[in-house]
Design a protein around this ligand. Sequence first.
Ligand code: UT7
Length: 319
Amino acid sequence: MTIRSVVAGTGSALPKRRVDNEELARQVDTSDEWIVTRSGIRSRYIAGEGETTASLATEAARRALEDAGIQTSEIDLIVLATATPDQTFPSSATKVQAALGIDDCVAFDVHAVCTGFLYAVSVADAMIRAGTGRTALVIGAETFSRILDWEDRATCVLFGDGAGALVLRAEEGDRGILATRLHADGRHNDLLFVDGGPSTTGTVGKVRMKGREVFRHAVVNLADVLGEVLSDANMTSEDIDWLVPHQANARILDATAKKLGLPPEKVVVTVDKHANTSAASVPLALDTAVKDGRIKRGDIIVLEAMGGGFTWGAAVLRY
Ligand code: UT7
């Protein structure tokens, strides 16, 4: 029998403070109408004092462990995707490990911005199948609000904070991750980036984005990678029960679903409530659709994301 990485549980966490478009429009030169029409976003959550990437990640991880009925002592591996770690080092994964009271396991961060969670899932799946460990916590967590330029209305209205987590467990059978595909093309790193860093400016920096160009690349790259990953899994778009996409923009979600020939009711959309939470958006959306009962055991789920670098990727799994 084939060993696969099965999703044993999901969890998520959001900061306490919810900020809707009207509240934002009182501080920034924008309007609810512009934000909703261009992006589909109606609100986002913004981390307050004491809320950090690692604290949100820990809360999401606890919920995923509880959902899976798994003890912290069973965790062999923590892979945390983030572009907004608590500190330059140590990794936020080791902060989550300590907060969960785990004395020894493999723990590290991966950084592929909005595609981070797809990279984390792919790496954890490969390590599980290679026998490095049997049980993994895979987390996407961000506090993008801390790297936004609140004077730049073209970016600050689009992002939010949050965390999502999966417990992946080695099991024999036909459930689990069936295929993953990852890509990167660093020639485009000037279209979506942060203008600071430890080795250049010595500052944290702020998000800069040429939104229209990112949009154009996103639609093409996502259609391509979805075609590749479905072919790897010997499937077509007709086999998909749920598409759980990166939540950057409702218009990108619509365009991607249309290219796949997928009806909108099979696409999980949370961008209206959470905005773009970068590496957290896919696991947040997945947990939302699992907890509200839409996603059921045995369903075929396709995950996808595209972000800074550029990076992009997709995964097919039987839940
Ligand atoms: O997660 C990583 C991947 N990221 C993405 O996928 C983002 C992809 N890009 C997008 O989602 C869209 O390009 C945006 C939502 C960022 C922007 O939509 P757009 O239709 O491409 O608008 P635009 O940037 O071309 O701006 C149109 C106009 C401009 O005014 P002029 O020059 O036409 O007079 C902007 O100054 O809208 C103006 N504008 C705003 N107006 C009100 C830009 N931001 C705002 C704002 N409120 N917040």
